[in-house]
Design a protein around this ligand. Structure first.
Ligand code: B12
Length: 252
């Protein structure tokens, strides 16, 4: 890491030697594999600011497509201090602490509903958060004595989800969106948020949480949800957020 001044931290990518600017990118071009195709990949990499660019891997992908890995140097600098991310702004609780806080504040179990909506059938992510076996060494929300979990599974329609949330008097609705083709995750999330706003008065609306590996966590307001969780989220982070928001809400 090189620093320009005591305040700013400026870094370059690292490949063979510190600060040499080496990066590796992969992409697919709609051309059959050939020397010319490799040249095209190199040209694209050059246009992306990678110079020199070496095609280190090229593999035909079905008919008329080639997958490439290109390794090369960029001259760009990264200002780490200028990076903006959504930091965790609530304390991380153990299951015992979360249970105690819910019991104290709500005097009933907190009701959570989870689902993959739209045509999305990727349930592994929502299961990682909800199922008792959990994720990354943490137990899922089903393990929390004071949380009642309903996992609706895959391909749940927005009307079905709203109906269940009404019937179960859900405190929070957790939605997973993994497929991002044609921005399906954004469209589905907006549709879901609008439907919940229509079905509930604002003060009784369940907390809306979405997650998936390709969301931008900074887009919560834009998508009309209360929080977005991205890649690598663990169950304790989600439980802690729910406690922070719902217990806080009931206290005010
Ligand atoms: C397993 C898998 C499948 C399985 C799904 C099985 C199942 N029951 O889930 C099967 C084989 C069914 C499948 C099918 C398809 N798949 Co698929 N699949 C994958 C794969 C390999 C792994 C996904 C996964 O399980 N990750 C592990 C979990 C733990 O991670 P996660 O989902 O990110 O979840 C974490 C966080 O994101 C977060 N999180 C996620 N959801 C939520 C929700 C909340 C509320 C919160 C708080 C947090 C949270 O917490 C989790 C834990 O940290 C990915 C590629 C990859 N390596 O990621 C492709 C991938 C997602 N699939 C893809 C595609 C294209 C498809 C198909 C369209 C393929 C086809 N042509 O049929 C179909 C679509 C089916 C459908 N209708 O949805 C693409 C999506 C591309 C895109 N741009 O959208 C990927 C990226 C593969 C690729 N590189 O092309 N797939």
């Amino acid at each position: 890491m090189t620093t320009e001044s005591p305040e700013r931290t400026i870094v370059r990518p690292y490949g063979d030697t510190t600060g040499d600017g080496m990066v590796q990118v992969s992409f697919t071009l709609p051309v059959p594999h050939s020397k010319r195709a490799e040249g095209a990949a190199q040209q694209l990499a050059n246009k992306m600011g990678i110079d020199p660019a070496m095609v280190v891997h090229a593999k035909p992908m079905g008919e008329g497509f080639t997958f490439f890995v290109v390794y090369g140097r960029v001259n760009h600098l990264v200002d780490v201090d200028a990076v903006e991310v959504v930091e965790r702004d609530f304390p991380l609780l153990t299951p015992k602490e979360a249970n105690a806080a819910i019991k104290r504040a709500l005097r009933r179990r907190l009701v959570v509903l989870g689902a993959c909506i739209g045509t999305d059938a990727h349930t592994v992510g929502i299961d990682a958060i909800l199922n008792i076996k959990g994720f990354a060494g943490e137990k899922g929300l089903e393990y929390y004595r004071e949380i009642k979990v309903g996992n609706l599974g895959a391909q749940v329609s927005v009307p079905q989800l709203v109906e269940r949330a009404v019937a179960e008097e859900a405190d929070a609705v957790l939605v997973s969106q993994v497929v991002t083709q044609r921005d399906a995750h954004l469209l589905n999330t907006r549709e879901m948020a609008a439907a919940f706003r229509e079905a509930f008065p604002e003060e009784r609306r369940p907390l809306l949480v979405v997650g998936g590996p390709r969301f931008d966590e900074a887009m919560a307001d834009e998508l009309g949800v209360d929080r977005i969780f991205g890649r690598g989220t663990t169950p304790a982070e989600v439980a802690s957020f729910l406690v922070h928001r719902l217990v806080g809400r009931s206290a005010s």
